[in-house]
Write a protein that binds this ligand. Structure first.
Ligand SMILES: C[S@@+](CC[C@H](N)C(=O)[O-])C[C@H]1O[C@@H](n2cnc3c(N)ncnc32)[C@H](O)[C@@H]1O
Length: 213
């Protein structure tokens, strides 16, 4: 018997919902630790693509700490772009906002430039299935140059839980398998955050996966 369900519903195109959600989701110390881990793996003078820019918290964190990075933030929500512009503030001259839907396999054609690194936090699980995330991993492999890195920090289903999770949240081992199937060599899980198997909420249990082309 399962003890409960872990998942969340979002209205990504509703301004009031998005602002309220962004206000509640301000980065906590463990979320900032995830941003720092991702930042450590980005080289200087790199063009970085973020999948699911959201309110721009990771973008601001990275752009303020590395002034040499150029950034492209992809999202399908104009409302989130409005919030992100305010969050990113003075670093906006180094940011391109790209509107595209990650469920549409032509999204790479919308990119302003080929990225040297692709990053994402708490976004891909919202695509709702392993198949959709596998497709994104495959498109990332096509878009990156040899040696290019994909860093995905996202909600996962922890091992050994007896809770049900929404389909976009699944085990780290399966993510690594999908990354290998997409063509990445030796993908790894670098860290897990806010692990809670006993009484998880939708904000617990996320991992940082890294894959190099
Ligand atoms: C939790 S937010 C990302 C937070 C962000 N990493 C940050 O640090 O502020 C997830 C974002 O993914 C976007 N998203 C969800 N599904 C998408 C899709 N199919 N295509 C493009 N963006 C999508 C949402 O609009 C939302 O802005």
């Amino acid at each position: 018997m399962t003890r409960g369900f872990v998942g969340a519903q979002h209205k990504f195109h509703d301004a009031a919902f998005v602002q309220g959600w962004a206000d509640r989701f301000v980065p906590t110390p463990p979320r900032l630790a995830l941003f720092d881990l991702i930042l450590q793996h980005l080289s200087a003078n790199t063009h970085v693509l973020e999948l699911g820019l959201g309110p721009g918290y990771m973008a601001r964190h990275i752009l303020e700490r590395n002034e040499t990075i150029e950034y492209e933030g992809l999202d399908f929500s104009e409302v989130f772009f409005d919030v992100a512009r305010k969050t990113i503030g003075r670093s906006m001259p180094r940011v391109t906002l790209t509107k595209a839907d990650l469920m549409d396999q032509t999204w790479p054609r919308s990119l302003a430039r080929p990225p040297a690194a692709i990053i994402s936090t708490w976004a891909l699980h919202d695509l709702g299935s392993q198949e959709a995330i596998a497709d994104v991993y495959a498109r990332c492999h096509e878009v990156l140059p040899p040696g290019g890195v994909l860093l995905n920090g996202d909600f996962i289903k922890p091992e050994g839980t007896d809770w049900d999770y929404e389909p976009g949240r699944f085990e780290v081992a399966r993510h690594l398998e999908l990354l290998r199937q997409a063509g990445f060599r030796d993908p790894v899980s670098m860290s897990q955050y806010e692990t809670n198997t006993e009484n998880p909420t939708a904000a617990h249990n996320y991992a940082c996966l890294m894959a190099v082309k």
